[in-house]
Design a protein around this ligand. Structure first.
Ligand SMILES: Cc1ncc(C[n+]2csc(CCOP(=O)(O)OP(=O)(O)O)c2C)c(N)n1
Length: 667
């Protein structure tokens, strides 16, 4: 076999596995794997650095299939290269329950799947975070330990999504020259020819964002090889626009949208087998072709062994630090600084906005947590996410630890996913809570992938005041609470804020969102308690003098309203207790007995939160009284807005008394 014939056979192995797996599953996307098979073959057999025997090797190159619908491309390649957990059985079980081969690649299902993709645009933006993490870790540990690249395969759909614009401009600005995007330039989307919907000159677009660009024939192995070689020497991130034919080899469907997302059908597959000169049975790869792939899978074994020797040669402290960070273990000092902060706050209580309290916590945390990379989407001074010790991370200094993401909330959230997935870093960053909507698809993926990403969503309610209803979140707390595996914190004061930070950092298996206020709040927790009371999600902050008639539940800035209301109700002869609820999710995870005890048995339960009621019924019940928002806010100084919407201690007392009378059958 000539080299050219060998390449073609290896690429055809991908094509055959993809069309057969999709046909067997009776669903899936054969078009992209068949079209991009030549690109993948050259990339994985000649350029990508990885070792199937050690899929988590920290210095491996990362490969992100941004066009996640083409998952069979990745699964086929992983099988062919010899990743142990990607067996031929898994390919036969494509898209079946419990398989390692779900419809779209899902992080944690099979080794070699670096991130979950499927929502177009997410992969390329996540990869920006991976490429950034590589540079940040390189700045700390040098070339001998951290020296790899991030490759992306992106489709027309990826590049049409708005998120990709945020991502490519961020990568260009940061000069992430180890990011290489292979664009599967097939000019077909589901609805038909790309000309239906888009006229963008992608080369000009990427150039304008500071990328190096190339255009090649995506079926010419020499051109693919040369472009990838060239990209390695670039001082900028690289776009390789590779013109391909979707469904390459399919006799009537190649080049058409009909190849995109449905089984080709028996007849078409038979025709493709002929056209590709692939006479083999479904799922059968001839030994010589499989051997060629397996040999390619061994390509970087030596490099990995050399890397391991270099790691072992490091002094014990440095090596230990690298291994600790990659394992995601926190330094022991973190708990100590939080405890010290709580002691300081007990001896000198502070009235301040919880966004400021968050900064206070970061001032203590960041010096002992070198893996924390902070940031903000152009609201640094408002989000209070930059502690004084953090220098700027930019193209001139990847060793900085604070990133100005610009007004790119969505890419910020996606890049944080990439950093967390890369390992060695704990990304946190801020914007206004209202703009969590702009981050939401990436937050959802962080939750789905179980990544430790921390969002600081300040300006958490109508309490932000004058900016008005466009900036005042009302449904956002409920919307974030609806995302499984995301923990939302709404701390009530300085002490709770410190505790919420401690919990967010310790949460290794999922993202956290902290929602601090713009406005000042009194410190409510005055004594020192070594326990993290927020860890239980809700706890009694104020007891009633005798058996409570009323239980008041509140989060964040409304806890102080609850306390004032409880004091007045007590004064009027109605014993009232207050429960602070910093996190619904953590409370829901407590034992039934703790939840029962915390909810209590007072005949009247009142929830207070400057947001919509949704979600509160699980605490206050259907018959509970809710003091909050039912619509959008208003622009005015915050005290006036609270007054206007009736979220005050007076209003709570008035409603409580009215409800008590009704409960007691009085008029
Ligand atoms: C955010 C998002 N919107 C819509 C979809 C559904 N979808 C899957 S693939 C695709 C577009 C297909 O075109 P292209 O990206 O060029 O892929 P190709 O046809 O080349 O495989 C769409 C709209 C999606 N996966 N993600």
């Amino acid at each position: 076999m000539t080299d050219a014939e060998k390449h073609t056979a290896m690429a055809n192995a991908i094509r055959a596995l993809a069309m057969d797996a999709v046909q067997t599953a009776k669903s899936g996307h054969p078009g992209l794997p068949m079209g991009a098979a030549d690109i993948a073959t050259v990339l994985f057999t000649r350029h990508l650095k990885f070792d199937p025997a050690d899929p988590h090797w920290p210095d491996r190159d990362r490969f992100v299939l941004s066009a996640g619908h083409g998952s069979m491309l990745l699964y086929a390649v992983l099988f062919l290269l010899g990743y142990e957990d990607m067996t031929i059985e898994e390919l036969k079980n494509f898209r079946q329950l419990g398989s390692r081969t779900p419809g779209h690649p899902e992080y944690g299902h099979a080794s070699g799947v670096e991130t979950t993709t499927g929502p177009l645009g997410q992969g390329i933006a996540t990869a920006v975070g991976m490429a950034l993490a590589e540079r940040a870790m390189n700045a700390g540990f040098a070339d001998e330990i951290v020296d790899h690249r991030t490759y992306v395969l992106a489709s027309d759909g990826d590049l049409m999504e708005g998120l990709s614009q945020e991502a490519i401009t961020l990568a260009g600005h940061l000069k992430l020259n180890r990011l290489i995007v292979l664009f599967d330039d097939n000019r077909i989307t589901i609805d038909g020819d790309l000309a239906l919907t888009d006229s963008t000159d992608q080369i000009a677009r990427f150039k304008a964002a500071g990328w190096r660009t190339m255009s090649i024939d995506g079926h010419d192995r020499e051109q693919i090889d040369a472009a990838l070689e060239d990209a390695r020497t670039s001082a900028q991130p690289t776009l390789i626009a590779a013109r391909t034919t979707i469904g390459f080899g399919a006799p009537t469907k190649a080049g058409k949208s009909s190849a995109h997302g449905a089984p080709l059908g028996e007849e078409e597959i038979a025709g493709a087998r002929k056209a590709l000169d692939w006479p083999h049975e479904p799922f059968h790869i001839p030994a010589d072709i499989l051997d060629a792939w397996r040999i390619a899978g061994l390509r970087s074994r030596h490099a990995r062994k050399e890397w391991k020797a270099r790691l072992e040669a490091l002094d014990a402290e440095r090596r230990g630090e690298f291994e600790r960070r990659m394992a995601g273990d926190l330094p022991v000092a973190v708990d100590g600084v939080i405890e010290k902060l709580k002691r300081d706050l007990a001896s000198e209580p502070k009235t301040m906005a919880t966004r400021k309290a968050s900064e206070l916590a970061l001032e203590r945390i960041n010096p002992v947590l070198p893996e924390a990379i902070g940031g903000s989407a152009d609201l640094t001074g408002s989000n209070n996410t930059r502690s004084t010790d953090l220098t700027i991370l930019n193209a001139e200094d990847y060793g900085g630890r604070f990133l100005h993401y610009g007004i790119r909330e969505h890419a910020m959230a996606a890049a944080m996913n990439g950093m967390a997935l890369h390992g060695g870093l704990i990304p946190y960053s801020g914007t206004f809570l209202i703009f969590s909507d702009y981050c939401r698809p990436a937050i959802r993926l962080a939750a789905l992938m179980g990544q430790r990403v921390i969002y600081v969503f300040t300006h958490d309610s109508i309490g932000l005041g004058e900016d008005g209803p466009t900036h005042q979140p009302v449904e956002h707390l409920a919307a974030l609470r609806a995302i499984p595996n995301l923990t939302l914190y709404r701390p009530a004061d300085t002490v709770e804020t410190a505790e919420c930070w401690q919990l967010a950092l310790a949460s290794r298996d999922g993202p956290s969102a902290i929602a601090p206020t713009r406005q000042n709040l009194d410190q409510l927790r005055l004594g020192f308690d070594e326990h993290n009371l927020c860890a239980r999600g809700a706890y009694q902050l104020r007891a009633a003098s005798v058996e409570a008639q009323i239980s008041l539940f509140a989060s964040g800035s409304e806890v102080q309203i609850a306390i004032q209301a409880a004091q007045r109700l007590e004064a009027e002869g109605h014993p009232a207790r207050v429960v602070s609820v910093p996190s619904f999710e953590l409370f829901a995870a407590q034992s039934a007995s703790y939840r029962c005890e915390t909810i209590g048995s007072a005949p009247l339960r009142i929830g207070i939160e400057a947001a919509i009621r949704q979600g509160w019924d699980q605490i206050i019940g259907d018959g509970g009284l809710f003091v909050g928002m039912t619509g959008f806010g208003a622009s005015a100084p915050y005290q006036a807005v609270y007054e206007h919407f009736g979220i005050t201690a007076d209003a709570v007392v008035e409603q409580a008394l009215a409800r008590l009378s009704a409960l007691n059958g009085e008029d």
